[in-house]
Design a binder for this molecule. Structure first.
Ligand SMILES: Nc1ncnc2c1ncn2[C@@H]1O[C@H](COP(=O)(O)OP(=O)(O)O)[C@@H](O)[C@H]1O
Ligand SMILES: [Mg+2]
Length: 255
């Protein structure tokens, strides 16, 4: 088995790293992110045709790294890899526990991270099927999630935090629509919505659904209020005549 595994990893290593220089930033990050289990998961994804090879590192976040990959047809794929060793799994456990979709929440670090990844994928699926502007979910296994790449030539579209929308009124309306469809049709509250998790394509695309929770979560109303509060603050600063929070809440949740 040891020999097989070694050969497998070398093969993967070859396919995955063939385009990277040893001293490149991407290579250094990859060495840290990819434990054996993650390499095997990626290997299976490559064999499923989800992607062919890695193209570069896009983002290093608190819990996850995002990479850009290419599939066989040359389409860009975003690959989000939750780090098992360095993620805040206690926080993850806490946030998973209010979600009625998860009955028994695992205790082990690795299993919690897998549940966390799978929740993000399920959220993306529900949102995408409901027609909310989100990256199309492609595949998910263990701590790895593959989705449509929202950008051009391997460069993500800017976050709303970095580049304010050219037509703020339009962007605001689109976002309120998105939150409403997400709530009513998909039954989800994003729960981490802010200018950091919106890409402008140039119309807004919602990303980062790991905190997304089922509408039946007892905390859903509070989380929705927080999401809307952040949105309205952001757009008010841009001079948009945003309605009062209560009115928006009523429009979206009917409460
Ligand atoms: N589907 C995607 N397509 C292109 N870029 C993406 C995609 N998802 C994430 N990114 C890039 O990675 C960054 C971090 O992604 P995010 O899901 O917000 O992770 P984090 O949990 O680290 O905040 C985004 O700001 C964006 O630049
Ligand atoms: Mg984010």
């Amino acid at each position: 088995m040891d020999g097989d595994l070694g050969a497998l990893l070398r093969r993967l290593e070859h396919r995955k790293l063939e385009r990277l220089e040893k001293d490149s930033e991407t290579y250094k990050i990859m060495e840290r992110v990819f434990d054996t289990s993650t390499l095997l998961t990626l290997y299976r994804m490559i064999n499923r045709g989800v992607m062919e090879f890695f193209y570069g590192a896009v983002s290093t976040g608190k819990e996850a790294n995002i990479f850009c990959a290419l599939d066989r047809e040359g389409n860009y794929v975003a690959v989000k890899i939750y780090r098992v060793a360095t993620s805040n799994f206690k926080n993850m456990h806490r946030y998973l526990s209010g979600d009625p979709r998860f009955g028994r929440i695992p205790k082990k670090r690795r299993e919690i991270v897998h549940a966390w990844t799978s929740r993000e994928f399920k959220n993306l699926q529900r949102a995408y099927e409901a027609g909310v502007p989100v990256p199309r979910p492609i595949d998910c296994e263990k701590n790895v999630l593959a989705m449509e790449f929202v950008g051009e030539n391997g460069v993500p579209y800017p976050r709303m935090k970095d580049v304010p929308p050219r037509e703020p009124e339009r962007a605001f309306d689109k976002l309120v629509d998105a939150v409403k469809t997400l709530y009513r049709e998909a039954g989800i509250v994003h729960s981490d919505l802010s200018e950091y998790n919106v890409l402008l394509a140039p119309d807004p695309v919602l990303i980062d659904f790991s905190m997304g929770t089922d509408r039946a979560n007892p905390a859903a109303e509070e989380l929705l209020t927080r999401d809307l509060d952040k949105l309205t603050r952001y757009f008010r600063k841009l001079g948009v005549d945003v309605p009062p929070l209560e009115q928006l809440l009523e429009e979206i949740s009917g409460v």
